[in-house]
Every structure is written in structure tokens, then in C-alpha cells.
Write a protein that binds this ligand. Structure first.
Ligand code: SAH
Length: 249
């Protein structure tokens, strides 16, 4: 098994593959003034579909849930069948920078904790084409929440994701690219710890056992432990910002 196989195996049975919550998803949805009747939604980088299920339970219409890895989509398909939502959720294994969607197809493009894979600015530019005029984009994106930061965390993110920025700069990027902000908030500690890191910690033991405590599986666990430690050390400086914006034209 490669490290990527192990990472997929570690995450696939999880409710979520990133920080967030049903409460955050509904809060973002609450900023949208949606048309009556059936709407079309794309959920990009959906993972095993924590937010997809919440959306399906709260909108009328259809969701196309996209992820690069079929392993996550299989989990989502199983969950939606169990909940009787299979008519509302269609899964699609595709890369988020190579989507087969027609122009002006969707009322909403959703993406929680995933746009960083192709970069925020690149993503919002590419995906705009698939949105109807007046349609909404809802993305969560790693965001600085303080004016200055310790060098250690600055240097970490400069390597991991140099696009990290303050919300005002992210909003400017949205405005410069034909969107108008409809809402913004940021995720609180509960969305990171209770919904993401605590469930991760609870899976470490069984994951290591499943892989015979191999060197690579231990590396995966140690990398996540370091990420968790770093979150607690620097959580007053960064979090996920949730950006809800409307396509102008
Ligand atoms: N939205 C989910 C998952 C976030 S994790 C949640 O909040 O729980 C980021 C997701 O992006 C993972 O599921 C990963 O498989 C997916 N991903 C990574 N690169 C991708 C790509 N190029 N195209 C589509 N999905 C991708």
C-alpha cells in the first residue's frame, strides 16, 4: 500500500475528511436566496459526503457530488441509499480541475475544505463557468484570523499553502472575479476538534492494527498527530473561513 492508499483507508469510514459541521453547512446555506422549486447543486471535493447529506436533507433538487477518489464516493452512495436520498445524490469520480459540466448548469457550487487542492483563485475562476448567473458559490478555505502571526506558523503555511490569507483578501479575489459576497463566517474550534480531530484520534489504534503497525502507517498517524498538535498551538491565528458569494454575470 502506498501512503496515499493508507490516507484514503484512514479517512474513508469517517463522517468528514476535514473540519466542519452540519451546523456550518446550514449556516452557509442560510445566506442564499434560492429560487422556489427544484435546484441543481455541485458538491466538489465531497469526500464521503458529510455535507452532501446535510444539503440533500435541506434542499429540494439534485446534488452532483464529485471527488477524485471512488473509495469516498462508494461510502457516500451507501449512506445515501441507507437514508433514502439516492434519488437526490449522484456521485462522480473526477478531478475538480477537469469537470464535465455544461456552462450555467448549477444554482449552487459547494466545496468544503477542498478547493485548496487546485488553489482558491484558480478554483473560483474555473467553477464560475458552471454556475448560473445569480447562482451561489459556497467554499471553505484556510484563512488567517489575526493581523500578525508567529514565524513558525507563517513558515509552515508558506510551504503547505501559500494562498492562505485574511478574509478581506479572499473576498477581494472573489469580487475581482465576478462574484459578490453574500456571507462570511469562520469555523469555530468545535468544528475542528469535535467533528474532525477527535474522531481521527479515535481511529488511530484500529488503523495501525489493520496495517500491522507498518512503518508507513505509523508515519501517517504521526503526521496527523503533528497536525493536531500544531492546530492547538496556533489555533488563534488560523481557521477555515466560509465564503458565500453570488455570481454577478
Ligand atoms: N468536503 C469533505 C472533504 C474535504 S477533504 C469534508 O469537508 O468532509 C478534501 C477532499 O478533496 C477529499 O475528499 C479528497 O479526496 C478530495 N480531492 C483532492 N484532490 C481532488 C481533486 N483534484 N479533485 C476532486 N477531489 C479532490
Amino acid at each position: 500500500m502506498t501512503e496515499l492508499d493508507l490516507i484514503i483507508d484512514f479517512h474513508k469510514k469517517a463522517e468528514r475528511q476535514g473540519p466542519g459541521s452540519g451546523r456550518d453547512t446550514l449556516k452557509a446555506l442560510g445566506f442564499m436566496d434560492l429560487p422556489a422549486g427544484s435546484i441543481k447543486v455541485a458538491d466538489i471535493g465531497c469526500g464521503s459526503g458529510g455535507q452532501t447529506i446535510t444539503l440533500a436533507q435541506n434542499i429540494s433538487g439534485q446534488i452532483t457530488a464529485v471527488d477524485l477518489f471512488p473509495e469516498f464516493l462508494e461510502e457516500l452512495d451507501q449512506k445515501s441509499k441507507k437514508l433514502g436520498l439516492e434519488d437526490k445524490i449522484v456521485t462522480l469520480a473526477k478531478s475538480m480541475d477537469d469537470l464535465p459540466f455544461p456552462t450555467c448548469e448549477f444554482d449552487i457550487i459547494w466545496s468544503e475544505g477542498a478547493i485548496y487542492n487546485i488553489g482558491f483563485e484558480n478554483g473560483i475562476k474555473q467553477w464560475k463557468d458552471y454556475l448560473k448567473v445569480g447562482g451561489y458559490l459556497a467554499v471553505s478555505e484556510i484563512t488567517w484570523i489575526s493581523r500578525s502571526r508567529p514565524k513558525e506558523i507563517e513558515e509552515f503555511w508558506a510551504i503547505e499553502y501559500p494562498e492562505i490569507d485574511r478574509a478581506s483578501n479572499k473576498i477581494k479575489i472573489l469580487e475581482d472575479n465576478g462574484y459578490t459576497l453574500a456571507g462570511y463566517f469562520y469555523l469555530d474550534e468545535e468544528s475542528w476538534v469535535k467533528n474532525y480531530y477527535e474522531p481521527m484520534k479515535a481511529r488511530f489504534g484500529t488503523f495501525l492494527e489493520r496495517h500491522g503497525h507498518s512503518e508507513l502507517s505509523a508515519k501517517v498517524v504521526n503526521d496527523y498527530k503533528a497536525e493536531i498538535d500544531q492546530y492547538f498551538k496556533f489555533k488563534e491565528y488560523f481557521t477555515y473561513g466560509f465564503y458565500i458569494a453570488r455570481k454577478d454575470s
